[in-house]
Design a protein around this ligand. Sequence first.
Ligand code: DX5
Ligand code: ZN
Length: 230
Amino acid sequence: MPRTPMIAPSILSADFARLADATQAVKGADWLHVDVMDGHFVPNLTIGLPVVKAVLASTDIPVDCHLMIDDPDRWAVGYAEAGAHNVTVHVEAAADPVKLAHDIRAAGAMAGLSIKPRTPFEPYVELLTHYDTLLVMSVEPGFGGQEFIADVLDKVRKARAKVDAGELRVLVEIDGGINADTIEQAAEAGVDCFVAGSAVYGAADPAKAVGALRERARTAMRQARETRTM
Ligand code: DX5
Ligand code: ZN
């Protein structure tokens, strides 16, 4: 079965005074990506659990929480309990990531592990057997609208190979600088789920932008498949 690309608009690029409108504006999106930043793990501060709860109440789209925070061991489970579909923590911040994955799952969410652009993939293969998603950062976390770092696609290829070989069962997600110009190379490398902030909310019609990005990814995946079987 060919993989179907998933698009996760990041509300970081939406109008924070109108978050309910922002969730309505991306009907048809697969996940809604919500960036939680604490001003410590990253040099930016966004929203926390009370606002995430309000977002959850405003949409039926599964919410994908990306926690760019220190001490996720203390805070992550609250997002799972609140009803997030996937809760991603950073490997650079988690003290006991195995227990954390277990606790997030026990609270009813999928557990995600994120690696920053300069964090290698190989040391965490065993750890990822406890997780449902791998979020590969393709910009330094903290801000939307940055330029895509193509070097991280090596990590995507390695993760894809492990998943295809049945050694890992994670969904491969990418975050940062994804737009009409970069999504194809990410799709060819093996990404399943594409986070896009400025490319969606900067568009005149965000829902249409979601559909267009998905089509580009789908075409690139199909071409990559055909090249492999030639
Ligand atoms: C950055 C965030 C991203 C951000 C992506 O640290 O994790 O989710 O919203 O924004 P774009 O797609 O504009 O790079
Ligand atoms: Zn993010």
